[in-house]
Design a protein around this ligand. Structure first.
Ligand code: SF4
Length: 425
């Protein structure tokens, strides 16, 4: 039987991803392939680097996608279904909007697939499958197979994408992760995660974890286990991990070169209103300094547009990032993904401006009415922040604060500088 796995990305999202210079490839489909029983002939198309060939025959097509690529994914599904091919869909948007997605697919998957995918394949082989497979209890991650490495097609800066944990126990108002994974943190057994880490031939590994520090003791055990392999790695972590010397020491020793920290805002009232009061702005400066002291660079995740954000938030944020010497930053426009508490609140307040999911990209559009600025001011502030952060003056200021990772953060900053000089984002 022939199975096509599609990691869908609309043209607009591909343009936005390109603007990030570094964009991590997704690992969902290579893991899903590994959960498929032997006997299936599997292809994977990652639309960021390949086109779908609609003239080929498949018994089954499975599509995963995020909210901004939803319409595009539905178009893919429609084309295959017109050719009589069974189409199944899953992933973040389907989990958040199942009633919408089921109009475009023969089968949908709500939630995680470790249990439901093998069940469906068993049913499909017997031509007795259901139209909806729902994961009611987030699965434990013991014994899951390693991803199919041959199905990663992008030759980008990283040679390995994997995960050790999934989910996050926190409940930030804007976060889709907490809804999709029901606030349940799960961990792969350390030896299994370390085995997959060692299996990658390349030097650089990205842990696609939502928050690798969510269980600090687990993380420390993992870092001890991967140290002998002498690779370099990066992951997302809570900023509070930067208070833990042992965590940082073991992370650094095991090859951590950068932590992506969801600082979100330098306004404590914005954090409080987003149910992220566990981030303490007053601690940010010292935490970043401490992380740098272990030779680990910092990528800050920043969101603009919270209700408490005034028009001065952009300048204040950039002043802080320059003072603290943050090496890299990802700026986002606050975006209420469907299904999140933020979306529900803004909808109740009649502040949702559009249900065109392609605009839910956090980079080029504002999809709700901000409280203390106009939509145009929010977009302009976002664009200004990007340009200032990657201006030569800011790069010099920031990178002179710490030598952590200078050999690669400097070239990367310069690449962003040149990109932003000639492009919109
Ligand atoms: S800490 Fe991060 S991953 Fe966890 S709920 Fe908040 S935004 Fe989401």
């Amino acid at each position: 039987m022939k199975l096509l796995l599609v990691t869908a990305a609309s043209k607009e999202m591909m343009a936005i991803r390109k603007s990030r210079v570094i964009g991590f490839q997704q690992c969902t489909m290579p893991y899903l392939a590994a959960l498929t029983p032997p006997g299936w002939d599997i292809e994977h198309v990652d639309e960021v680097v390949e086109n779908i060939d609609y003239t080929k025959y498949y018994d089954l097509v499975s599509i995963t996608f995020h909210t901004p690529s939803a319409k595009h994914a539905y178009d893919i599904a429609t084309k295959f279904r017109k050719n009589g091919i069974t189409v199944v869909m899953g992933g973040p948007h389907v989990t958040l909007m199942p009633e919408e997605a089921e109009k475009y697919a023969d089968v949908i998957f709500v939630g995680e697939s470790e249990i439901t995918w093998p069940q469906f394949i068993h049913d499909f082989e017997r031509k007795q499958y259901k139209s909806k497979y729902v994961c009611t209890i987030p699965p434990e991650l013991n014994g899951i197979p390693m991803s199919r490495k041959d199905l990663f097609h992008r030759k980008d800066h990283s040679n390995g994408i994997m995960f050790a944990t999934r989910g996050c126990p926190n409940k930030c108002e804007f976060c889709a992760i907490s809804i999709m994974y029901k606030n349940k943190l799960r961990k792969r057994p350390v030896e299994e995660a370390a085995k997959e880490y060692a299996f990658f031939k390349g030097k650089i590994i990205i842990f696609w974890d939502d928050n690798i520090s969510a269980d600090a003791e687990y993380a420390k055990e993992l870092f001890r286990a991967i140290t002998p392999y002498k690779k370099w790695w990066s992951s997302q972590a809570s900023i509070n991990a930067g208070k833990d010397d042992e965590f940082l020491k073991l992370a650094s020793k095991s090859g951590c070169k950068q932590l992506f920290l969801g600082i979100e805002s330098i306004s404590q009232s914005s954090l409080n209103s987003a149910n992220k009061s566990f981030n303490k702005v007053e601690d940010y400066y010292e935490i970043i300094k401490k992380i740098h002291s272990y030779g680990i660079s910092v990528q800050a995740g920043v969101v603009f547009g919270f209700d408490e954000d005034g028009k001065d938030i952009f300048k204040k944020t950039l002043d802080f990032l320059e003072k603290s010497g943050v090496q890299n930053a990802t700026f986002n426009i606050l975006t209420p993904y469907p299904g999140t508490p933020l979306f529900k609140r803004l909808e109740a307040e009649r502040r949702i401006l559009t249900y065109d999911w392609s605009k839910y990209n956090a980079r080029t559009d504002v999809v709700f009415t901000p409280r203390n600025m106009t939509c145009e001011e929010l977009i302009q502030g976002f664009n200004w922040a990007n340009k200032r952060f990657y201006s030569l003056k800011s790069i010099t200021k920031r990178l002179s604060k710490s030598a952590a990772g200078l050999y690669w953060t400097l070239p990367l900053n310069l690449m962003y500088h040149h990109y932003l000089k000639s492009n919109k984002y």
